[in-house]
Design a protein around this ligand. Sequence first.
Ligand code: HEM
Length: 311
Amino acid sequence: MSEPFSARLRAATWTDHKAAEQTSFLDDLTRGRLTVAAHAALTAQHHLIYEVLEEAARAWHGHPVAGAFHHDGLTRLPALAADLEFLLGPDWRDALTPVPATAEYTRRLRETAFDSPGRYVAHHYNRYLGDLSGGQYVARALARAYALTLGGDGLRFYAFDLGDLDAFKNGYRTALDTAPWDEAARAEVIDEVRLAYRLNTDVLADLGRVYPNPFPPEVIAQIMRHMNDDHADDSLLICRAALPEPTRPQTSSAVMSDMDAAGIEFRAVVAGVDTPIRVPFAARLTERAQVRIEVTRLYREACEILGVPSR
Ligand code: HEM
């Protein structure tokens, strides 16, 4: 028996999927390296995209082939509006400005998703099956990273009222397998899914330029070098102050080992034992210039706690 079309489609587009999955913006966003503003910006781009995609879904309603793919429970626009209102307030529509790739994406949707059933299904599959798959991982990571509630305010876009999502996705794949497409029509679907992945990757790359990770590895390495070359004594004081009082005198050295937007990390030698110490910042830092100010504050606070004069 020949391979089902859904399996062939997935295999033929999986490298394109990897490129979308591995954009640094999505990685930074889901690891909590950005701010909730970046999550709101992605949500706004989604709103612009789903506005057109769901207009197409309504246009294909009742069509013998294309009409079989949409389901009321997939419709995302009301959830996106609710998320944006929660994240940005009543003027959220002001944030609906497309990045260049979103403008290209919606232009492509207007060009193909209203004329060609196969190309419409390609875009439909790309977004909704993605939302029902990786989107569910993304939602869990966003909830953790930005103190949101899974399925609640700010994350309703990722919550589907479709029962068992795996069963739903299997039904969707059966619809792909049984659509009466000849070889040329199937090749067209694969071609358009690859383009849809590229458009999504480009949207994420554009957002990455607007919301860069303020602390990429090379910046952390520079800060670490400076701390360890010029401020080893200050690091030691910060670590001592962060430790319980009895262990403070037993702490003999400390080197900075890492940092992120929420805190700085050291490896200190406490009673002869190499000990990891994380000291949280007073607030999340959003730019590099804030690191010096915050570390100086930690140093002064440590001097006060330890009763030593600060410079
Ligand atoms: C952190 C980001 C992402 C992760 C972790 C992720 C992960 C996954 C996983 C594990 C699957 C397989 C699920 C299954 O077989 O049931 C999947 C499927 C899928 N993803 Fe993603 N994904 C991500 C981003 C994206 C993006 C940006 C898109 C495009 C908009 C996308 C579109 C899809 C599609 C269309 C499928 C269905 C493939 C198929 O089974 O035919 N994903 N994803």
